[in-house]
Design a protein around this ligand. Structure first.
Ligand code: NAD
Length: 451
């Protein structure tokens, strides 16, 4: 990144006091599938010293402070107080009863020797019975589910699980992460529009309230931050955003930006930065893990499709550049192809046009590993959500939009999709939290233009 001038502190609120990251942090994973087990196995391997946290900004990233000629660069972990990996205790719910060892083996992301090396720890992470309803995720049908009859009882059961685990571990704080399946796309409902309507819907156990919302409501009510790794609506409603704010809980979502969309949010700003035209973007994937299977269901795919499609329009701003981006054909598909397992392959064909309208093409073939890309993002998110919580930053954490395909933003504020603007926003937030000046990258102060 280039660098530059500072914004006067006066234009910002003063940096908050951040409570220290003392004690154990309980991490509640809703869903113990490919992403969650890859995260947990990786954290345990890193704690044991056999692996490095590759792909994790919170562990490897640095932040420049002050002017470029001051040469002040610090590790993120030295700038702000983050929980350390040995402080993390994992708890999970899943309708499949397999412990994290069996679930990791079945997910097929990590090879068997890597799983065996941390096997003793993985065997201790046994999923609690899930609040689950197969009509929201038709391809999942495990027996490890709860039997409560009303939504209020389900919420209370989740809360009891949380407090029991935290008491057993002596945790000082908790954070909840939805690493569960993609639920079917839900039509708009009045229950989402206000907290009063949501709570009335809870009281009558309305089907508009999906399991992911019940978990979120349960955790937020106990003051736990909630991170949504899936495209599920869950916390992305005025009702639950307000509930989070009222309970001083941080929320971040939604849908991890890992493979194809990460590439899209780098290439699209490049095309736009040069004012090249864009006539079409065809994205297709093959994926053979359970997430791919769940996404075969048209209703679950619609949730994913929406979050994948929104990115391009957000970046290109066709309303400002109708000649360049007013007529983009954008197609996205995901094909379930079991032989590939978690090793997703994405193809992008991008039709652009340049000077005098001459057409050109860009082709991208990304052979990635879905959960290998996702796991470090979840680690960063849970650590940063805990940081935000200790800093008293309640509600939507827009500075974490770096991690998401469909970043949540304040009403009336369009989400920022460009990966490097998102990174700048994240680092400036860390500077702000540390009482350092944000950096605008203006850079005029190094030159004697105006004297
Ligand atoms: N892997 C990636 O790179 C990536 C990227 C972006 C988003 N995501 C999203 O992250 C989520 C998890 O992905 P994954 O690959 O680990 O999927 P997965 O299918 O391997 O695991 C999801 C798990 O959630 C469980 N589950 C479903 N409903 C539940 C409920 N109500 N309560 C508790 N558990 C429940 C399922 O039984 C399953 O074990 C998905 O929504 C996916 O779309 C993943």
């Amino acid at each position: 990144m280039s660098s530059g001038e500072h914004v006067p502190q006066g234009s910002l609120p003063s940096s908050p006091q951040i409570a220290p990251a003392d004690g154990q942090l309980a991490v509640f994973c809703v869903g113990l599938g490919a992403v969650a087990t890859t995260l947990i196995a990786g954290v345990e391997a890193i704690r044991g010293g056999s692996e490095q946290p590759i792909g994790s900004l919170s562990q490897f990233g640095t932040v420049r402070l002050g002017r470029r000629d001051e040469q002040r660069v610090t590790r993120i972990g030295d700038l702000v107080p983050l929980a350390s990996l040995p402080q993390l205790d994992f708890c999970a719910w899943d309708p499949y009863p397999d412990d994290a060892f069996v679930a990791a083996t079945r997910a097929g992301v990590l090879d068997q020797p890597s799983i065996e090396r941390v096997g003793a720890y993985l065997r201790t992470v046994r999923p609690l019975p899930a609040v689950f309803d197969s009509s929201y995720v038709t391809q999942v049908n495990g027996p490890n589910t709860r039997g409560e009859e009303t939504h209020r009882q389900r919420v209370e059961a989740i809360r009891a699980d949380i407090t029991t685990f935290m008491e057993a571990k002596g945790s000082s704080r908790g954070v909840m992460v939805w690493t569960g399946s993609t639920e079917a796309l839900l039509p708009d409902h009045e229950a989402y529009h206000s907290l009063e309507a949501f709570e009335a819907a809870l009281d009558r156990s309305d089907r508009a309230i999906a399991p992911s919302m019940l978990y979120a409501y349960a955790g937020l009510g106990l003051g736990l931050p909630f991170v949504n790794c899936s495209p599920n609506l869950s916390i992305d409603t005025p009702a639950l955003t307000r509930y989070a704010t009222e309970h001083s809980a941080a929320i971040a979502g939604k849908d991890l930006k890992t493979g194809q969309t990460m590439v899209k949010t780098v290439l699209a700003p490049m095309i736009k930065a040069r004012m090249l035209g864009l006539s079409g973007w065809y994205s297709t994937n093959i994926l053979g893990n359970r997430d791919g299977e769940v996404l075969q269901d048209p209703d679950s795919f619609r949730a994913k499709e929406q979050s994948k499609l929104g990115v391009l329009e957000g970046i290109m701003q066709p309303e400002l550049y109708p000649e360049l981006y007013g007529d983009i054909e954008h197609q996205v598909s995901i094909n379930y192809y079991p032989p590939r397992g978690d090793n997703k392959e994405g193809w992008d064909n991008i039709d652009i046009f340049g000077w005098l309208g001459y057409p050109m093409q860009l082709k991208v073939n990304f052979l990635c590993r879905d959960s290998i890309l996702a796991a470090p993002l979840v680690l960063d998110l849970l650590l940063f959500a805990d940081l935000a919580q200790r800093a008293g930053m309640r509600g939507i954490q827009e500075w974490l939009s770096f991690y998401f395909k469909s970043p949540q933003s304040a009403p009336g504020v369009y989400p920022e999709h460009d990966l490097f603007i998102q990174l700048t926003k994240l680092k400036n937030t860390l500077r702000f939290l540390a009482g350092e000046e944000p950096i605008t990258h203006l850079g005029l102060e190094y030159y004697d233009y105006f004297s």
